[in-house]
Ligand binder design. Structure first.
Ligand code: GLA
Length: 386
């Protein structure tokens, strides 16, 4: 178990320096996702877990109409009044948009002071954005006693990300952030939000994240382009399948008659989504049978689809996955999260993890002149008061 103390101490100390009152403290986790990528906004299934890296908050009411934020990592402050909330760019949009969602729900919000910092490398695909949103939403819900459930808070945070930051994300990250449990993965049905927990037991294996250090920015627009392409594809499919959902197409071959009716890009996106939804169902069954090798094979297939059909990989991520595929130590690997950079997730033989990390880091450095960072994943509970 990681020692959170240094971060908690830091937010507390900085808070005292800036505001001289006593704050409440919160930890809000990032997430990994084992399989089910880019299907949360397509009625698919996902298999994420909350992790021990995340965002730390110190927060207290201040009895005024003013809200004050200080981001330790950016060394920047921002203050505004509750009636003047608007898009500001950068980190500010993630916190201001959360406050704005409470206002839109007609929740009686009052002034507060807030200091936060985190230990998720930005743009690494571990969802620092959901951790920022979830920590603040949970804290405000608690200190102002709004009584919203964790699921309601996850949905609020998703709306917040759609609004000021403008990323039309699915529900996976915010759900994992709120609902995660230590040592468990959560199988989430993104259409109904029904979910089940499974113990994350990978006997003899470890989960290793390799950070390509290529910084993705989902806000850059490509994410929303993928989402629009899927919507366009679904509209064409609906002319024959009025079911309104990709999950109802259980065999990808059923898409073939539509190939001539769609642009090449839209067809490839639909093909990936239909395959990934089925793959995730198959992967969960394999995990339940303890067939970790079979599960790993499906991860490689997901990467192939993300790279060749969904087009959200890059040369650096493809290289890391290729190295993993060529290594005896690894049974499954793929890019994780939105893509365009960030981390790969690898299932690695426990006794060969160190050697794999060293070899791959060397090869990657030789190829791209960048030293990747490696993290051994530890799961955690969803956002909580400390
Ligand atoms: C980002 C989004 C999620 C999800 C993933 C891809 O993390 O926030 O909603 O779509 O990308 O699976």
């Amino acid at each position: 178990m990681k020692n959170n103390q240094p971060y908690l101490q830091k937010v507390q100390e900085v808070f005292k320096e800036k505001f001289s009152t006593t704050p409440s403290l919160f930890f809000s986790p990032g997430r990994i996702n084992l399989i089910g990528e880019h299907v949360d906004y397509n009625d698919g299934y996902v298999l994420p877990a909350a992790i021990d890296k995340g965002v730390y908050y110190a927060i207290a009411k201040n009895g005024t109409e003013q809200i004050h934020f200080y981001s330790i990592d950016f060394n920047e402050s921002y203050s505004t009044t509750l009636t003047a909330l608007s898009k500001q760019g950068g980190w500010k949009d993630y916190v201001l948009s959360v406050v704005n969602e409470f206002v839109l729900l007609d929740k009686k919000i009052q002034g507060f002071d807030c200091v936060f910092c985190g230990d998720i490398p930005r743009g690494s695909g571990m969802s620092s954005s959901a951790a920022v949103e979830g920590g603040l939403a949970f804290a405000l819900n608690q200190i102002f006693e709004y009584g919203l459930s964790r699921t309601q808070l996850a949905l609020l945070c998703q709306r917040a990300e759609h609004n000021f930051p403008g990323v039309k994300c699915g529900i996976m990250d915010q759900f994992a952030n709120m609902m995660g449990k230590a040592n468990q993965v959560v199988l989430l049905d993104c259409q109904s939000l029904s979910h089940e927990y499974f113990p994350l037991q990978l006997k003899g294996y470890k989960l290793v994240l390799l950070n390509s250090k290529v910084h993705h920015s989902l806000a850059a627009g490509e994410y929303n382009v993928r989402r629009n392409q899927c919507e366009e594809g679904l509209k064409i499919l609906e002319t024959q399948y009025p079911s309104h959902s990709f999950r109802d197409i259980t065999r990808w071959q059923e898409l073939i008659p539509f190939e001539s009716k769609m642009s090449k890009d839209v067809y490839s996106r639909c093909l990936y989504v239909v395959q990934e939804i089925q793959r995730t169902k198959q992967a969960v069954a394999l995990l339940q049978q303890n067939d970790i090798e079979g599960f790993g094979q499906l991860m490689f297939q997901t990467h192939h689809g993300l790279s060749k059909l969904y087009n959200v990989s890059c040369a650096e991520l493809d290289f890391l996955v290729e190295q993993a595929a060529n290594s005896d130590a690894v049974i499954g690997a793929r890019l994780m999260g939105g893509g365009f950079g960030g981390c790969t997730i690898n299932i690695v033989k426990e006794n060969q993890a160190e050697q794999f990390i060293n070899n791959t880091s060397q090869q990657y450095h030789k190829q791209f002149g960048i030293l990747p960072e490696a993290y051994l994943v530890q799961t955690a509970d969803g956002v909580q008061a400390i």
